[in-house]
Design a protein around this ligand. Structure first.
Ligand SMILES: Nc1ncnc2c1ncn2[C@@H]1O[C@H](COP(=O)(O)OP(=O)(O)OP(=O)(O)O)[C@@H](O)[C@H]1O
Ligand SMILES: [Mg+2]
Length: 405
């Protein structure tokens, strides 16, 4: 376990979050700084306005620097968007002479071998996460260094993204005068932020219902097996309310957070709320059930899309850890009940990061906390090619196992 400081940036669709953290003496994650800045430059996980995004990155980082009392130069950045893809890739290397001890170089070589896939010219690899090593066919090995064998195999989860979108993230960070240390899938990070070791071991889904995206990651056998970043989230719920109830976006957001419920039947028929419509000076009463029916219809769509992804993963029925909801959208009252209604037979809980230290805003920091864990856990075993490589994309920063021991 590393005692280094991790500095991370979560590019969310409603806010940029910057966090600095290290492992404390007890082994728990100690949050040394946690700051956000409102940002409208990221849409559905993708940088849509460079100036706005880099300005918000600057504000979030400066706020974190003030708490930390030191400058932040480079960061691990969480990225989302439907352009990201994860595939399972395989690599193998023969060990000569047979049965000698497997070294770090062998592991580097086998991971590199798994990365030899042909990509379309507009896509790049950003991560290769070993899911499982095999030695002479024996499966389920997490740390092969020091073991003996004649043939080393690996299954990695290879993440690729569209070059232009990745470049825009790098540009936004460099316009803010900082450097990208590594890009990490937001769905993976959200999982690391909120899942327990037991859930990871059992097999579990995390759904981070954010503002512009809902990030889904499926974990099996202690490692990530599937992920998707869906272009739908809490902002759509708000815009539905604003359109259908003819209110300002702010009034719609207030109604949603103060009186919303994701499962309308949980709300009494006689309950009422007051709504100020556009162009009206006076607020009018509205049946709360009607408000919640609008919310439910969009939340149900989100839950169904999450269900489709679980089915696509092929791991449906092998996830006794159930589903853990996080992100700002999961704070909506009744969200766990609604997901329970749609994802029949799955255990549902709402989860926020469990950390020590500074107030960190709970659910909205799930990704940032997971990024910090990723950065700290991967530092220790980072595999870097021997020659002087300066670009992070040529390094293989990899996480041995998502289960922390
Ligand atoms: N108490 C609440 N009830 C309902 N919704 C809420 C509540 N608090 C926050 N939200 C919603 O959560 C969303 C923002 O969540 P979050 O901070 O996780 O998003 P983000 O990380 O900026 O975006 P993304 O992950 O989609 O890129 C907003 O749509 C907001 O309306
Ligand atoms: Mg988010």
């Amino acid at each position: 376990m590393s005692s280094e400081l991790a500095t991370v940036l979560d590019l969310g669709s409603t806010k940029i979050a910057c966090l600095a953290a290290c492992y404390g003496k007890s082994g728990a994650l100690d949050i040394r700084a946690a700051a956000t800045a409102e940002c409208k430059g990221v849409r559905r996980g993708v940088v849509a306005d460079l100036d706005e995004t880099s300005a918000a990155i600057t504000v979030a980082i400066q706020r974190a620097e003030q708490q930390l009392g030191e400058d932040i130069g480079s960061l691990v950045v969480g990225i989302a968007g439907s352009h990201l893809e994860g595939v399972n890739a395989q690599g193998f290397v023969p060990i000569y002479p047979r049965s000698r001890t497997i070294t770090r170089e062998d592991v580097l070589q086998v991971i590199n071998h798994s990365r030899q896939v042909v990509l379309p010219p507009d896509r790049e690899q950003i991560e290769a996460i070993p899911r499982e090593f095999r030695i002479d066919g024996q499966r389920g090995i997490q740390r092969p260094i020091g073991m003996s064998g004649g043939r080393l195999e690996v299954v990695t989860y290879l993440v690729t993204g569209q070059t232009t979108h990745l470049q825009n993230v790098e540009k936004a960070v460099s316009m803010a005068g900082r450097q990208v240390e590594q890009m990490v899938l937001q769905p993976l990070a959200s999982g690391l932020g909120v899942l327990t070791a037991e859930e990871l071991d059992l097999g579990v889904v995390v759904a981070d219902v954010g503002g512009g995206t809902t990030d889904v990651a499926v974990f099996s056998g202690g490692s990530i097996a599937f992920s998707a970043s869906l272009p739908i989230g809490g902002q759509l719920v708000t815009s539905d309310l604003s359109k259908l109830l003819k209110t300002s976006p702010d009034e719609a957001e207030r109604l949603k957070t103060e009186a919303g419920c994701a499962l309308a039947r949980l709300v009494g028929e006689k309950e009422s709320v007051t709504v100020t419509q556009l162009g009206q000076a006076e607020a009018r009463p509205l049946q709360r059930r009607v408000l919640c029916e609008i919310i439910e219809s969009r939340m149900r769509e989100i839950a169904k899309m999450v269900w489709q992804q679980i089915e696509r993963s092929g791991l449906n029925g092998m996830l006794p850890g159930g589903i853990v909801l996080t992100g700002g959208g999961s704070r909506l009252s009744g969200s766990a009940d609604l997901f329970g209604d749609v994802l029949k037979n799955m255990r549902v809980r709402v989860g926020e990061p469990d950390v020590d230290g500074k107030a960190h805003g709970g659910y909205s920091f799930a990704t940032a906390v997971g990024l910090a864990r990723y950065a700290l856990d991967s530092f220790e075993d980072e595999l870097v090619p021997a020659s002087g490589v300066t670009d992070w994309k040529q390094k293989i920063r990899t996480l041995w196992s998502v289960i922390r021991t």
